[in-house]
Design a protein around this ligand. Structure first.
Ligand SMILES: [Zn+2]
Length: 323
């Protein structure tokens, strides 16, 4: 007896699940590679939800992992607005935010859920593909790229989506990533977002200044490493640090503690340790790190611009004085 199809094995716990995105099962899509390099003779049956099933119908690719990537890219595109919610908000901010009017209240109530659903679908990994217990070889996810909890099919895809959702010209973000490296996506996004503008000339100037900055950082890195390791790190309890608000910006005691413990008391020293700062606070979230950094910059700048204030009024003046 020969069957007309190869159905992939479905583990018991996945028996009503879309292999692509984890949503409820609708139908099995019969996948034939195109071009068919391996001379596969029968379609491979892949359990799908209705949306992924319909996506698959329009895709021509030579392997199952490419099919999966194309489906994921379409989900990313279709749910870009939902995924963006997680870029623009944290769950807590959304809960605390007071929207007025029925429509906006509705947004608040459903927004985080929409984000969670979209995120779960694009991140879903399926299950290992086998037929009658024999693993199907060559299904790779080695090129996938994860940033801020969201999985992309590859670096190229991540750059495209992130450029779009942050309103950055894609070629600009590509150039910055090339300079700073793929593991520094957060840094690259921050750099692009704080650029003066996106005209051709402005981008060129920003890229030049980034090159200069990276060269300088590389030169400083060895020096900074030495100074931090040679000064025994100073420990300052959080309770000794006063929170303050400057120019309507809250300066977090956590950020102040981080700076004091490392002997960072000027904007210049902070700039040299920017990466270390973000590496430390991004474990919480990108938003937290960004907010803390902004506050700390304002604080140190104010101390420099107004030495009188720094010496006599700054509530943490004793801590800065007793270095
Ligand atoms: Zn699906």
């Amino acid at each position: 007896m020969t069957s007309q199809h190869h159905a992939i094995d479905i583990p018991f716990e996945y028996r009503h699940t879309c292999w692509f995105c984890g949503e409820p099962y609708y139908d099995s899509f019969g996948f034939m590679p195109n071009p068919n390099y391996e001379h596969q003779s029968e379609p491979l049956l892949i359990p799908s939800c209705q949306e992924c099933f319909n996506c698959c119908k329009g895709i021509k690719v030579s392997s199952l992992d490419l099919l999966r990537d194309k489906v994921k890219e379409q989900l990313h595109k279709r749910y870009a607005k939902h995924l963006q919610i997680g870029i623009n908000w944290t769950k807590e901010e959304l809960e605390d935010c007071e929207f007025e009017g029925k429509a906006l209240e509705g947004f608040r109530e459903s927004a985080w859920m929409m984000f969670e659903i979209a995120k779960a679908r694009v991140n879903y990994q399926g299950w290992p593909v086998s037929i009658d217990g024999m693993p199907v070889a060559g299904i790779s996810n080695a090129f996938q790229f994860e940033f801020d909890g969201i999985r992309y099919t590859g670096l190229q895809h991540a750059v495209k989506q992130l450029a779009l959702s942050h309103g950055i010209p894609q070629p600009y973000l590509e150039q910055v990533i090339e300079l700073v490296g793929r593991e520094k996506m957060a840094y690259a996004l921050r750099f692009c977002k704080t650029s003066y503008g996106y005209s051709e000339g402005q981008i060129k100037a920003s890229i030049e200044s980034l090159k200069a900055l990276l060269a300088e950082e590389a030169a400083n890195a060895s020096v900074a490493d030495q100074s931090i390791s040679s000064d025994a790190k100073r420990e300052i309890p959080l309770s000794e640090i006063k929170e303050l608000i400057l120019f309507r910006t809250m300066v977090s005691p956590h950020a102040i503690q981080w700076a004091l413990e490392r002997g960072i008391d000027t904007l210049e020293k902070l700039a040299q340790q920017e990466e270390g700062f973000f590496a430390h606070f991004e474990q919480d979230s990108e938003m937290v790190a960004f907010t803390y950094f902004n506050g700390l910059q304002i604080y140190l700048e104010h101390r420099e611009n107004d030495p009188q204030w720094a010496e006599y009024e700054d509530p943490n003046r004793d801590l800065f004085a007793s270095k």
